[in-house]
Design a protein around this ligand. Sequence first.
Ligand code: IVH
Length: 717
Amino acid sequence: MTVEQTPIDSLTELEAAEELGLLTRELARHDELYHGQDKPEISDADYDALKRRAEEIENRFPALVGENSPSKKVGAAPSGAFQQITHAKPMLSLDNTFSDDDVRDFVHSVYRFLGQLPDNQIAFTAEPKIDGLSMSLRYEKGKLVTAATRGDGTTGENVTANIRTISEIPQALSGDVPDVVEVRGEVYMARSDFQALNAEMAAQGKQLYVNPRNTASGSLRQLDAKITASRKLRFFAYAWGDMSAMPSDTQLGMVEAFREWGFPVNPLMKRLDSIEALIEHYHAIEHARADLDYDIDGVVYKVDRLDLQGRLGFRSRSPRWATAHKFPAEQAFTRLTGIDIQVGRTGALTPVARLVPITVGGVVVTNATLHNEDYIRGIGQSGQPLREGRDIRVGDQVIVQRAGDVIPQIIDVVLDARPETSVPYSFPTTCPVCGSHAVRDVNEKTGKVDSVRRCTGGFVCRAQAVEHLKHFVSRNAYDIEGLGTKQVDFFFESDDPSLMIRTAADIFTLEARQSASMTKLENIDGFGRVSVRKLYDAINSRRSIALHRFIFALGIRHVGETTAKLLARSYGSYENFAASMTAAGSFHGDAWNELNAIDGIGEVVARAIVEFYTEPRNLGVLGELLKEVTPEPAEAPVVSDSPVAGKTVVFTGTLVRMTRDEAKAMAERLGAKVAGSVSKKTDLLVAGPGAGSKLVKAAELGVETTDEDGWFTLIGA
Ligand code: IVH
């Protein structure tokens, strides 16, 4: 999609409401086209983009979430975008308990119900409550046949295709299994995988995901299973639905059977037989929480014996034999001792709170984000008061909150405890590192002021320069072993001409400068003779590098790994890429149109790339770098004998035999390039019913046109 969107941060609540209304209607229309009429007008990826935009708006403006909201369809009734599945046995929820006393009440109620005295005869299991999405997996004769979300508990969504992409979930069960098995459990995203995904989003200048749970849910509810496959999702089995035979007569035994059949089960599950032991295990899990690679929000207790579970039965929606003991919200009071301003690679000035160290949910917190200057002043994204307008001052007693993996934040201040001498914080208007002006840009489209203040110093700014270098050597860019952030800081700070690294080119001249110098790196603390040799080898091995890595390493705003790959594939060689970007400098003409025609590159990104190539300082640095390194041409299409290899193809209109994404993947597999719009460079337009302006343009330019069947004939499928 090449439609330019206003950054969510720049939307007023009114605009957000308007856009959300539009999106809701559009999504409903596409749902009807897809399911009701089987005539989708847009690709699955475009549908998901609309959906994601709606979700992002709702995340930012929770007050706008209404009855018909697209996200409501997620948890409650099935969205209509997936087939519905009626659960053979309903999927229930759990009652919550919040204190040790509540737990005692729960255990006593179980004994009371069963008419037994509380003398520790009834065993319970205790296990973490995973913060993910519950899933019901149905196996027949040991083979996975369907996977359904919980939905409203009675009917869920058929997400089988997506679930099949999760490697932790067995497609076939091992051992001797009953004919019908419904295993239930939680699909989740590991914190580490979530962080890696967000790092990639940040590198692409995209909006970050809020938390692993929502991300897992969004990933699973993609209509295109390929998108699910690209996200790493995981699973814990802890419950069951329909079973033709029972492998055990206890809760723990059932979970043990699941493990033997090939499911991941949670290692912290225990069978215990006293209230004290349950509470003790709760605290042990609470303690372990911070070190787990997945989010949990409490501990679930279940009666272990299944016959007793059967006797206890259910209250309307939840079993009498289980309860969830929730963790308290992770908040704590501490004192704000200072506010530092960090300058990032793009010049963004981020205020960081320095705190008297405090343990929040098992983790010692010394820093927290303060987001931006408006946040400190008590002003929200759309100008509305935050914290009833209370500002945050150095010296204040503050409430720190740690939610899952999100960076700790200051959510409020205690006005009563404010020192009399305190003064409002004044946010710098110059860069604390280089002294250049720091400004808040005005969004050209909306006329809104950006909430982020940025240093205008560019390369002059040491902070931006050093962050650029760190990006250059990072894992998905040059990935130079032995040149991590610590070493970059060291070389950057050095004043010795034989040691300093200020731009990327300096990395590659280091060895030569060193060999001519008296100050030897190997004599410096932290660098031995062997490690220096290894460093030079690592640097030299990168003198030739894949084009997409090279482009990504340049650190052009909005150009993440995915975009870099698109550019590399589209332009083939660095020379071609650079010449085209220079030619596009006026923001019109063939080169500019060609860039915008690349499927997946929008105008904001295109502009950022072209602007990068108009900045003389960038060109200087690039020139120096290219004396040292050679970007390799992007790999030639593998299938050179296919009739469309090397051709530029555009798909338009409705495709019946395949989704747009599938068509695109197929064309690319055959060595073709897929563009989003028709230009002189287009070789073939594949037009389905409903094709409009692209068909006209192709006729004007004399571009060959065919329909979907013609495409299949052409490629011999
Ligand atoms: S047992 C009949 N065990 O919590 C009870 N649920 O609030 C079935 N959950 O919808 C659920 N971890 O998505 C159970 N170890 C665990 C769980 C767990 C997370 C979720 C599950 C359920 C919700 C209930």
